[in-house]
Design a protein around this ligand. Structure first.
Ligand code: M6R
Length: 613
């Protein structure tokens, strides 16, 4: 987590960095800081709290300078206060550093540096790193780039760093390992950032640094990259496809609401050019070379975290039902520490919106080491997961800025549906008529999502009724069980109401004890193989005075009569129900959170991409 941004060029650095920090605030908002060189002074300002707190503070300070670095923090080492905020000074205050990641062996390095007379002011691993660089520079009498290189060779862990030194106000030094860093190349200016969002309005030319690479950006010079063993690397310049409008709220009160409403478009963008129902065509160009391997796989292992893990659970149903390939779904964080059994012929698919989630990346690296074919489904183009995988498919949902994942989830499910259909077609596991009808149905999903969104007012009314609940249960069966999990996660992460998702039939093995007149129970009771069973589960809740809020298929009569409230979604193939049933639950969580006065886009303690273990 944490967002870093830096600028060197002919413009004033502060406004560029400040705007960049606001764009990156989704990565952490515990504190923010900035360091700028104005002629001969290195001015450093930092404050606990959001970027706006820093902005207020800097109003009375000298914010001039055409070179600077900035940071927005999600605390790991040390509480989120002014002192632990980044940037951190070197001992002689001539240099400052910003850092995203964790230096795992900082304790040992710190002890060594303490014994050599260094004094530390913060509890952070980052301050240790800048002192180490300073120590090396002075003791080994090397220039700053070399000191950074030597220091990085002795640290373990993850880093994306930028170092600024008042001894050289014409140069920034940046490096990365397991935390993202992008260099934007403008005309006589450079931008550095955790992702391309702070860069896109100034230049479309970017270079994504690879692990253990060091970038030296210097006024009047071309970008220079070396790796930490000193080898020169030729920068690979890419053109950004990102558009500025996608980073703005576009009239919505929150990014989350905007992203919920974008789903007809994001689902369409996800299958555009990949699906043609009238021709019976599904094609995911990114995985073409791996289709035979997938078709012949003994099993597929899907790894992910959070919402992306819920998408994997939907993927499990789809691949097993349509392509008849056994699927195991794993929390990336558990998988990586379990000495998992991976056989030749296994395929591991990682799903991640950001493509930077540390546990998911580590799980993939482990699977790769053990000989599996590794594939990725990511939203962020050029992200770490998309680059280490053998192949994969982007979700093309556009930037997702709200911390709560919404359109990324439906796009992930769309890609999984396309993949499962493609492999099923290749394997011949699906009757042509069912295949064709699924293709037709998938094409009609964006229109059906619009119909669900049209019920916003009704969902807002229901939210008002349950906004003061202390607990909530979410129930689903079969392919809607992951939807129940996702509904519960959305509610708890943005409104801080305790919520649990359960397979409906499991309720009687424990959770039913919680049911009383104060317990709202959200049930996905759509038409399909388990409908009658879910009706029985609803009756069990009603018999104990629980309140039922049901998601039903248009035209339903039975559940509507039993439910306290219901939300209708258009009829569709059972395999595609998650794409529709998730949406009212997203809206409901959103409205409840707003009514409770919560910060919807930046819920407490969370960050958008979790780049630490
Ligand atoms: O970027 P990823 O998809 O790898 O992120 C995984 C989770 O951190 C993420 O889905 C998280 O659970 C969201 N806050 C859920 O809304």
């Amino acid at each position: 987590m944490c967002g870093i941004v830096a600028y060197i060029g002919g413009q004033e650095a502060y406004p560029i960095i400040l705007k960049g920090l606001k764009r990156l605030e989704y990565r952490g908002y515990d504190s923010a800081g900035i360091a700028l060189i104005d002629e001969t002074s290195l001015n450093l300002y930092k404050r606990a709290g959001k970027v706006s707190v820093l902005e207020d503070f800097v109003k009375t300070c000298n914010s001039r300078g055409s070179i600077g670095i900035g940071h927005t923090r999600w605390a790991t080492h040390g509480e989120p206060n002014d002192v632990n905020a980044h940037p951190h000074f070197s001992g002689d205050q001539k240099m400052a550093i910003i850092h995203n990641g964790i230096i795992e062996n900082y304790d040992t390095i710190k002890e060594e540096l303490l014994s050599r007379g260094h004094t530390f002011h913060s509890d952070t691993d980052t301050e240790v790193l800048i002192h180490l660089i300073e120590d090396i520079q002075k003791s080994e009498k090397v220039d700053l780039v070399e000191a950074v290189r030597i220091a990085l060779n002795s640290v373990h862990g993850a880093y994306a760093i930028v170092v600024i030194s008042k001894d050289n106000p014409n140069r920034l030094i940046a490096a990365r390992k397991s935390s993202p860093l992008v260099v934007g190349i403008g005309k006589d200016e450079f931008f550095l950032a955790s992702d391309a969002t702070p860069i896109v309005e100034y230049t479309k030319e970017v270079v994504y640094l690879d692990d253990e690479e060091i970038a030296i950006v210097e006024r009047g010079e071309d970008l220079k990259i070396i790796d930490i063993s000193k080898k020169e690397i030729t920068p690979y310049v890419q053109e950004l496809e990102l558009h500025l409008e996608a980073l703005e709220k576009g009239g919505y009160e929150h990014f989350m609401l905007k992203e919920i409403h974008e789903q007809p478009r994001s689902i369409y963008d996800c299958f555009r050019g990949r699906l043609n129902a009238s021709e019976g065509m599904v094609n995911l160009g990114g995985i073409t070379d791996y289709e035979t391997k997938m078709k012949n796989a003994n099993r597929i292992i899907m790894v992910a975290c959070g919402t992306s893990w819920h998408a994997c659970l939907v993927g499990e149903y789809l691949f097993e039902d349509l392509a008849r390939i056994p699927v195991e779904v794993e929390y990336a964080s558990e998988f990586r520490y379990r000495n998992p059994i991976i056989n030749e012929g296994d395929i591991v698919i990682a799903i991640s919106q950001s493509g930077e989630t540390a546990d998911t990346l580590a799980a993939l690296e482990l699977a790769k080491k053990k000989g599996a074919t590794i594939l990725g489904i990511c939203n962020v183009v050029g992200s770490s997961i998309s680059r280490i995988t053998d192949a994969g498919s982007y979700t093309h949902a556009g930037p997702e800025i709200g911390v709560a994942s919404t359109k990324a989830f439906t796009a992930q499910v769309t890609v999984l549906t396309l993949m499962a259909l493609r492999i099923a077609k290749r394997k011949g596991t699906l009757p042509e008529s069912k295949y064709r009808s699924l293709l037709n149905e998938l094409e009609s999903i964006p229109e059906k999502v619009k119909k669900v969104l049209d019920q916003n007012e009704k969902i807002q009314f229901i939210s008002e009724v349950y906004k003061d609940a202390e607990n909530a249960l979410y129930l689903g069966r079969g392919i809607t069980f992951p939807v129940a999990l996702e509904g519960a996660l959305k509610l708890k992460e943005i409104s801080y109401i305790h919520a649990e998702g359960y397979p409906a039939a499991e309720m009687k093995h424990g959770p039913i004890a919680l049911i009383d007149e104060n317990m709202p129970v959200f049930v996905i009771a759509t038409k399909g193989t388990s409908y009658e069973k879910v009706v029985s589960n609803i009756q069990e809740v009603k018999a104990r005075k629980g309140k039922i809020i049901a998601i039903v298929t248009e035209g339903d009569t039975q559940v509507k009569e039993m439910a306290d409230h219901f939300i209708e979604i258009p009829d569709t193939n059972e395999n595609l129900v998650p794409l529709l049933a998730t949406i009212p639950l997203q809206l409901l969580s959103y409205h409840v959170a707003v009514m409770r006065g919560c910060n919807v886009d930046q819920p407490r303690n969370l960050a958008k991409s979790v780049t630490v273990e």
